[in-house]
Unconditional design. Structure first.
Length: 107
């Protein structure tokens, strides 16, 4: 199970989603707030951007969210494919492992 810092996820989703579908990026950003903060400060980081906090998602969570947030989006498959590539570029997770996880949530 791979854990990914949300800053990497946020970069990848911003690059994967077309400009006119930014509601998907915002859905991810809202989801980040539900994740626990790790480290000394815990949840006491008022005013700090979520992507700068020590919050993590599993690779499975990323593609579950993507699958859910793009349910009614015609470009869903293209967004998913771009997300696989951008995650591979922003993390140290092998492309084939990301693709295998994404395929569990294929359209």
């Amino acid at each position: 199970m791979y854990r990914i810092h949300i800053s990497s996820i946020h970069k990848a989703i911003q690059l994967s989603v077309p400009y006119d579908l930014t509601h998907i990026v915002h859905s991810f950003y809202t989801f980040y707030s539900t994740l626990p903060v790790e480290g000394e400060n815990g949840d006491n980081i008022w005013g700090q951007d979520y992507t700068k906090q020590q919050r993590f998602m599993t690779l499975e969570q990323v593609f579950q969210c993507l699958h859910s947030f793009t349910a009614n989006v015609p470009e869903r498959a293209a967004i998913r494919e771009r997300m696989i590539g951008h995650l591979a570029g922003h993390t140290s997770i092998p492309y084939k492992d990301i693709e295998a996880c994404a395929n569990q949530y294929s359209i």
